[in-house]
Design a protein around this ligand. Structure first.
Ligand code: DX5
Ligand code: ZN
Length: 216
């Protein structure tokens, strides 16, 4: 069953609670929360207090996507705030610190994911794949919602699906960026099982219909 994770980056920040309740009713599986630091990516979005506030109003799984440099500094803070799945970028620190961040999330009994920017090849996951609960493939350059889907990531999704099948079959494979009812079938065919979507959901008035269409 395909899971849908609406990206709150495209929600109405003046009415976040209302949009989150609407996602619950519309059948969203997870909520995707994009955290940006203005260094790892050129944009700044939301942080720890907002994750905590969201945790206070929903039982949906919070899938927190850290687009920040040296994520190990903030693992405990985001888990304390209520993240269920903490995802950070493989490119965001040296390998030993990425490994330490993975260990720290697992020591807290939470799920951990690694994300890859479009230019980062699938084989960079090899040292980590057996330890992960999730791999997040970016299908746009991280930093902004509303960008065009990069079809050149489909082969990488296929390669990572094969790696997961061989090494860690319960690991989730999530895609993020430019996912809409036209691109969703392409990533599903390539092996993605969790689809993040921001603008495709929140720009429409019938959001349940979009979520159903994305699931296929
Ligand atoms: C981009 C974020 C995405 C973004 C997706 O850096 O990681 O989660 O919100 O937005 P859409 O679905 O509009 O491309
Ligand atoms: Zn994201």
């Amino acid at each position: 069953m395909i899971k849908i994770a609406p990206s709150l980056l495209a929600a109405d920040f003046t009415a976040l609670g209302k949009d989150i309740k609407e996602m619950e009713v519309a059948g969203a599986d997870w909520l995707h929360i994009d955290v940006m630091d203005g260094i790892f990516v050129p944009n700044i979005s939301i942080g720890i207090p907002v994750v905590k506030a969201i945790r206070g109003i929903t039982d949906l799984t919070l899938d927190v996507h850290l687009m920040i440099t040296k994520p190990i500094r903030y693992v405990d803070a985001f888990l304390d705030a209520g993240a269920d799945i903490l995802v950070f970028h493989l490119e965001a620190d040296e390998p030993q610190n990425i490994q330490a961040a993975i260990d720290q999330v697992k020591a807290r009994g939470k799920r951990v994911g690694l994300s890859l920017k479009p230019k980062t090849p699938a084989n960079t996951l090899i040292p980590y794949i057996e330890q992960l609960d999730l791999v997040l493939v970016m299908t746009v350059e991280p930093g902004f919602g509303g960008q065009a889907f990069m079809a050149d990531q489909l082969d990488k999704i296929r390669a990572i699906r094969a790696l997961i099948a061989a090494k860690n079959p319960t690991c989730e494979l999530e895609v993020d960026g430019g996912i809409d009812p036209k691109t969703a079938p392409l990533v599903i065919e390539a092996g993605a099982w969790v689809l993040v979507a921001g603008n495709a959901i929140f720009k429409e008035t019938d959001r349940k219909a979009v979520i159903d269409a994305l699931r296929g």
